[in-house]
Design a protein around this ligand. Structure first.
Ligand SMILES: Nc1ncnc2c1ncn2[C@@H]1O[C@H](COP(=O)(O)OP(=O)(O)OP(=O)(O)O)[C@@H](O)[C@H]1O
Ligand SMILES: [Mg+2]
Length: 396
């Protein structure tokens, strides 16, 4: 009996061991298979890309100088691949909702920014179409120029003039992940940027028929060239406005948190005054150096507009909300004027907000006055805490 028991015990052990060996081999087989699939996928993706480039090379010569009926250059994927060093990571200068943005150099030596659309589907495709359509019929020194595009079945790319100082947002606020060098913007530069951006919106609202509503006006969509001249960018969400005076178009609410006008957010009614509200938010960013919605701030200070609005019309308080990065180097009189413009732009009642032409008219004298003051005179940026006499001597 004892011998039979031992024999059964051995039989059970052998069964367990063989089961163990079998499952281990199955697992290793599965691992090997998944690895094979992964490598195969990678190789076939790469060869598909190479194939596309090769196909384009065949037609490339034809396309080399291709210009669409809209007057934009039509690029091949191969041309943009080589312009951006093979879409190399070291050339990435930003990442937005559309996709990655690369620095690039065209064959003729021109510097460009290339936006490569994420494979995101309809929203991205629509934005691509609107951007190309809009920018091909708009032309202003205050709008970012679209040089051309590449539109394959799988890849959509936009090619813009390169703005060496990047987005305004990066200079006003620390943007995590951004590799742009952020520079402190002095008061004079902030005033000029405010005026350039206002002229960009004035052009869209008042000089184009029917008017164009930008719908995504914000500090990251104001780009700066080497002399810090500003241009408005990103028309992917733009809409043609109503031609009726005070009329609106009804549309899905899109835009960026903190910049969207309250009546547009609650009713979907879009007018040029929605852009005026967003412009007011950017003015507040220029004045205070704060971001439109900052969850890290104490309650009551989270939403920039709600926090700043009651203080904008109080001359004493304006000085308290100014950006500490300015270190007091601004004209209090001008700051009060800009704060008053911002207050009008962000008011709840859309009809009472100014036209962008009014904003331009209010800012022009501030910027022109500064041009007349030679920098060496030392008065172009007088200290906010200087004595009244010193301030007086700097007044024009
Ligand atoms: N033409 C350009 N020249 C130089 N830098 C650019 C240019 N276009 C974009 N950039 C850089 O890329 C960044 C991302 O731009 P992008 O427009 O894709 O996204 P965003 O404006 O931050 O957000 P959103 O997608 O919501 O508009 C910008 O902040 C800017 O630094
Ligand atoms: Mg943008």
């Amino acid at each position: 009996m004892g011998g039979e028991e031992k024999y059964r015990e051995k039989e059970r052990l052998a069964l367990v061991v063989s089961l163990l060996v079998a499952s281990l081999s199955l697992v290793s087989l599965l691992v090997a298979f998944s690895y094979y699939c992964y490598i195969h996928n990678k190789v076939s993706k790469r060869s598909k890309f190479q194939q596309r480039l090769a196909n384009e090379e065949e037609n490339g010569f034809k396309n080399l100088q291709a210009v669409s009926e809209k007057g934009l250059r039509v690029f091949t994927l191969k041309q943009l691949h080589s312009a951006t060093g093979g879409f190399s990571k070291s050339n990435v200068i930003g990442h937005g909702a559309f996709g990655l943005v690369y620095r690039g150099v065209l064959g003729d030596g021109r510097k460009v920014a290339v936006k490569l659309m994420d494979q995101a589907g309809k929203q991205g495709e629509d934005e691509f179409k609107v951007e190309v359509e809009m920018l091909s019929r708009l032309s202003s020194p205050y709008l970012l120029g679209l040089i051309g595009y590449c539109s394959g079945s799988n890849q959509k790319l936009l090619v813009y003039e390169f703005m060496v100082n990047g987005g305004l947002q990066e200079h006003l606020h620390h943007v995590s992940g951004s590799n742009a060098i952020s520079l402190k913007l002095d008061w004079e530069t902030r005033l000029r940027i405010a005026l350039d951006a206002a002229k960009g919106l004035e052009y869209l609202h008042e000089l184009v028929k029917p008017p164009v509503i930008h719908r995504d006006f914000k500090s990251s969509n104001i780009l700066l060239d080497k002399s810090f001249h500003a241009k408005v960018s990103d028309f992917g969400l733009a809409k043609l406005g109503s031609e009726k005076a005070g009329g609106h178009v009804s549309t899905r609410v899109l835009g960026t948190q903190g910049y969207v006008a309250p009546e547009y957010a609650s009713t979907g009614h879009l007018t040029t005054k929605s852009d005026v509200y967003s412009y007011g938010v950017v003015l507040l960013e220029l004045l205070t150096g704060r971001i439109p919605v900052d969850m890290k701030r104490p309650p009551g200070e989270v939403v920039l507009v709600s926090w700043a609005l009651p203080q904008l019309t109080d001359r004493e308080k304006v000085v308290e909300i100014m950006d500490p990065a300015l270190e007091g180097q601004y004209s209090v009189k001008e700051a009060i004027q800009v704060a008053a413009i911002a207050a009008m732009c962000v008011q709840l009642e859309a009809d009472y907000r100014p036209l962008m032409a009014d904003v331009v008219q209010s800012l022009v004298p501030l910027v022109q006055r500064r041009r007349l003051i030679p920098k060496a005179h030392g008065c172009s940026n007088y200290h906010a805490t200087e004595s009244p006499a010193a301030k007086e001597s700097c007044k024009l």
